[in-house]
Design a protein around this ligand. Structure first.
Ligand code: DX5
Ligand code: ZN
Length: 235
């Protein structure tokens, strides 16, 4: 059996891409080394910002070869899970705070055939996941309050990542981090046990589909910093 992949994976968030050009932006970041494409769905109710829904996800899907990682910042979430899975998402992540019945939401995601993720806001403890660990494929730790790109990393979350890593043990569950990830903050979470790093501003800054090599440089800088921190930790 193939061992579970805990290598560092970089997931650029298209929240920082050109919204009028998602197709080309997705192709550019994948060509420049992105492992996953992170897609932020916001409803103006669960979070104070609005992005887009399942039909946009379905349109984007055609331009992504690898993993489409859909982060739902919406409440209620259950009525929309089927549509997002059918839009072609490989991973659908719901927020633990989005409804009263997290266990049911996670079962729904898997029942339609996607990997199930659960996201924790900065104020939500790791223990919120204690009794759903066997229902999830990924935990997404928010290192900012969700809603906007370009915010500062909240340091207190590093301890939460460590707690989750210990709780997960040998279970095949990814630890993904979202918010304020840069080459400076990536080492902190990589050392604590994270394997998927979402980055919006730090990937797209300075680049465009006309200058995609800048995306490539930004992705490599985050990856190198995270991998170096892991090696140091393992040594
Ligand atoms: C925030 C979103 C993030 C966001 C991260 O609510 O979930 O994915 O795009 O942006 P940066 O990397 O700029 O903090
Ligand atoms: Zn996100």
């Amino acid at each position: 059996m193939k061992p579970f992949d805990r290598s560092i994976k970089i997931a650029p968030s298209i929240l920082s891409a050109d919204f009028a050009n998602f197709g080309a932006e997705c192709r550019a970041i994948e060509a420049q080394g992105a492992d996953w494409v992170h897609v932020d769905v916001m409803d103006g109710h669960f979070v104070p910002n609005i992005t887009f829904g399942p039909s946009t996800c379905a349109a984007i899907r055609k331009h992504i070869k690898g993993v489409m990682d859909v982060h739902l910042m919406i409440a209620p979430v259950d009525p929309y899970i089927e549509a997002f899975v059918k839009s072609g998402a490989d991973v659908v992540t719901v927020h633990a705070e989005a409804g009263a019945h997290l266990d049911r939401s996670l079962q729904l995601v898997r029942s339609f055939g996607a990997k199930a993720g659960v996201s924790l806001n900065p104020s939500t403890p790791a223990s919120a996941l204690e009794f759903v660990l066997d229902r999830i494929d990924l935990v997404l730790v928010m290192t900012v309050n969700p809603g906007f790109g370009g915010q500062s990393f909240i340091d207190s979350q590093v301890e939460k990542v460590k707690q989750l890593r210990a709780m997960i043990g040998d279970r095949p569950i990814h630890i993904e981090i979202d918010g304020g990830i840069t080459p400076e903050t990536a080492p902190l979470v990589a050392q604590a046990g994270a394997d998927v790093l979402v980055a919006g501003s730090a990937v797209f800054k300075g680049g465009s589909v006309e200058t995609p090599e800048i995306y490539g440089r930004n992705i490599s800088a985050i990856r190198a910093a995270a991998e170096a921190a892991r090696q140091k930790f393992a040594a």
